[in-house]
Design a protein around this ligand. Sequence first.
Ligand code: AHR
Length: 495
Amino acid sequence: MTRLVVDPAFVVGALDRRLFGSFVEHMGRCVYTGIYEPGHPSADADGFRQDVLELVRELGVTAVRYPGGNFVSNYRWEDGVGPKEHRPRRLDLAWRAIESNQFGTDEFVAWARKAGVQPIWAVNLGTRGIRDAVNLLEYCNLPAGTALSDRRIANGSPEPHDIRIWCLGNEMDGPWQIGHKTAEEYARLAEETANALRRVDPGLELVACGSSNAGMPTFGEWERVVLERGYDLVDHISLHAYYEPKDGDQTSFLGCAEEMDRMISSVIATADHVKALKRSDKELTLSFDEWNVWRQQEFPGELGLDIREVGPLIEDTYTVDDAVVVGSLLITLLRHADRVKIACLAQLVNVIGPIRTEPGGRAWRQTIFYPFALTAQYAGPTVLQTAIAGGPDIETAAFGRIPALWSTATYDETTGETAIFVVNRSETDKIDLEVPVSGQLVRHLALYDEDRTAVNTADDPDRVQPRAVDTTAVVDGVCRATLPPASWHVIRLSS
Ligand code: AHR
């Protein structure tokens, strides 16, 4: 028997709803035939697919980062505004595809408003710099009266776009990035850009680039150098991480939330070290603005010599296990809700996305859609600590011995509801869970399957779905539930 204890008195922090963000990059079919497809039967007058918009709303996404990703490091935002017939076709150096620029800044803001999400903007600090970032901000956020704000108005957007969150480049430490930099070079450019952007709009939230992943040789050192220079000018430091089963090691893969947990703790430690050095009162927060499962071992990396029209790229089809892992990564983000204020599931549609589409055809939910949607739906405003007693451990090659149970909980003072999010990471053993409670069970939903490799497809879009667990019950002040191997759960309780 495993006992899980939750008490509204033991608080991690307030949940920032931007933790349920996502990411749209001009990559593969995320934009074209993903969110935007004029001529599609469901497209509205703007060319936005309504079937996709409905799924985005159902997913519960709150904020979306745009336009990249590696794409942004060679992007000229001016190409994507104004009359569509005059927009140039350009070669995108990141993915070696022809970018038609039929979808750009104004379209994205219009789409974000329809989707009900807050836009997060990344500026090009790869092939461009301070002046272009300032120009873009002026175009987007100044009400009127300057050349660029008036140009936005002339282009059909009389109201400022009022974009509040700006990322200072993307993965600038990565040698694959066009215009990548040393930590010192980037730190100086980020500082200068932040300084300039704040002169246009002092109230922006700025995100400095952290490392591209925790495996980078400069991980930790990069963050230290960047923050020592820009600590006072930026609000967040970014983290990126993608997880996959390596060499068929599914056991470690199911435990990979451990890796995310350690990465977050390490970045917090660096940020707090710089804070102490600077004797600053300000607490820097984290933007985990790219995370997901991505089978990178299956991605050739080299894109070949042919320059292509935009087409399918990294359209991973997600399994039940992938969904359990995504659920466990969300649990990790919630466990750090005191410091992680923004997080973006990368990406939103088609490109390693929870939503998949056919060009001209159907749209459906991948397996990973469900833990995201249900966590976004049921997570309450306050994240609570959870304590576990008596649970089994699992032995992993990548992380050593780790607890099979991975959990977090939230509390909603207004409704009195507690939501427990929990994953059984064991591949072999079920867990009999006991939770002492003062109220009643509202509902227990779970995601698992006899066939852990099962997927959703266009022809069988509902093969994998969450299921209600009717055997869970509260008796004599204890909620008892059985968690099958490799399973994700949300258990809602009244007070
Ligand atoms: O999301 C796919 C790519 O992964 C992004 O373009 C880049 O930022 C990251 O390396």
